[in-house]
Ligand binder design. Structure first.
Ligand SMILES: Cc1cc2nc3c(=O)[nH]c(=O)nc-3n(C[C@H](O)[C@H](O)[C@H](O)COP(=O)(O)O)c2cc1C
Length: 220
């Protein structure tokens, strides 16, 4: 797959079929993940792949609790506000996120990265993104979710036998499966609106009015 296609179209793919992801694809995803950079090359990570049905069912219950808690706290009023202001993107994301909360146990594969001894907290995410891009290359949809680690870390650790005295912290639960929908380019406010040149507040010399992939890539 073309590098730019993967960069532009790897989206949160929450609605997936229950068909299993083959072991060789899972192996490729993890092989790509551990190629990623980490601060000081510490590679202080562990990856837990979960396919067992009973475990996924329990993870699904915990995910649903975490989702409800998110909506009662950090996201309180978000859906209503989006509906009231006609913010279609947020309404769509909330609907899709609700689907995942309702169907988490049907997702055939969940990969949970754990990290430790990383004061920046940043070293794990290039590897998680490598994992997701490798999945994309194989036609597997992924979603980076974090609410289990925020709201139910202890219950998840107990369920999965993660040692609690070794400093491991859950970074995410990446849901993986073959997509029900199609991939498209993410609609975002253009990069020139969120980029400054030389000094805060100064606009860059360029504008991008539509995504550069697929039709406007500069020649290499
Ligand atoms: C750090 C991080 C945490 C996220 N946590 C969740 C989550 O807990 N549940 C979920 O459904 N999506 C989660 N997402 C996915 C985002 O909602 C998604 O990337 C965003 O809405 C953009 O949508 P798109 O990928 O379709 O363009 C997370 C994404 C990131 C980067």
């Amino acid at each position: 797959m073309d590098l730019y296609e993967a960069l532009y179209t790897t989206r949160a793919m929450r609605r997936v079929h229950p068909d299993p992801v083959p072991a060789e694809v899972v192996a490729l995803m993890l092989d790509a993940a551990v190629r990623a950079p980490s601060g000081g090359n510490t590679q202080n990570w562990r990856w837990l792949t979960v396919t067992d049905e009973a475990t996924r069912r329990r993870l699904g219950e915990l995910y649903r609790q975490a989702w409800d808690e998110l909506n009662a706290t950090i996201y309180a009023g978000r859906r209503e506000a989006a509906q009231a202001t006609g913010d279609e993107t947020t309404v769509r994301i909330m609907r899709s996120s609700q689907w995942l909360a309702d169907h988490f146990a049907e997702v055939p594969l969940v990969i949970l990265p754990y990290h430790r001894n990383d004061p920046s907290g940043a070293s794990i995410y290039p590897a998680v993104w490598n994992l997701m891009l490798a999945a994309r290359g194989q036609g597997v949809g992924t979603t980076l979710t974090t609410i289990l680690g925020i709201f139910r870390p202890d219950e998840v650790a107990e369920l999965l036998g993660v040692p609690t005295d070794k400093g491991w912290t859950n970074a995410a639960a990446v849901t993986c499966g073959y997509p029900k929908g199609r991939w498209g380019v993410a609609a975002r406010p253009p990069a020139h609106e969120v980029t400054y040149a030389e000094r805060w507040g100064e606009p860059p010399a360029w504008r991008i009015d539509e995504p550069l992939w697929p039709d406007h890539l500069p020649a290499p």
